[in-house]
Write a protein that binds this ligand. Sequence first.
Ligand SMILES: O=C(O)CCC(=O)C(=O)O
Ligand SMILES: [Fe+2]
Length: 236
Amino acid sequence: MELLQKIGSIEKDALAETMHQKGYAILNEILTNEQCDELIKNYDQSELYRKTVVMERYRFGLGAYKYFNYPLPSIINNLRTSIYPILAPIANTWMRALNIEISYPTGYDEFLKLCHDNAQTKATPLILKYGKGGFNTLHQDLYGDIYFPMQMVIFLSDPEIDYNGGEFVLTQQNVRAQSKAIVLKPKKGDILILTTNFRPVKGSKGYYRASMKHGVSEVHSGERYTLGIIFHDALT
Ligand SMILES: O=C(O)CCC(=O)C(=O)O
Ligand SMILES: [Fe+2]
């Protein structure tokens, strides 16, 4: 099946329900091994990227990532534009639950225009590489006032085959409580959809904002690559 066909066959209601219940969801086997390997192979094609960040320089962790430049590789563009319309209604439900006056447009072009009108014009999709000892500290990917509350991580390496350790870690901070940790190990080709900043969680007095962060635990051996797709563009 072609990529867009696979995305077309995603069970939208089930995905929405999982996002409402948990704030994350895994879509299994969306990219082929060949598509993953191609993205990894292009890690060294410097003309594809606008900026490289060596994580230890900023104490973000240990490893490196590169932001793609426009025009994006077609696979990244296809993923962004085809998955956004599935997530926009979920995002709108979240904003309504939290009484936030934000309504996300149904089409991705319109959302990007909103970013561009607010000076957020730089591409944010990125490829990340971690070797032995690599990790990514807990963070949120916000790049300006305009944000989309969900993002994707595509797993390009196989756990236990290409690397050990390197679990994906999500934390959820509930009001008046310590953070809850969620540890995930998706397989090569899987897409993880996660909460970028906060999501509604039902409490005794209605919905409140549960803040979420994500990061990566230490890689014990091998190499781990991921592709991050954030929907909003960046100021810089
Ligand atoms: O390497 C990972 O799994 C984390 C990637 C990440 O932080 C992101 O894509 O925003
Ligand atoms: Fe991130």
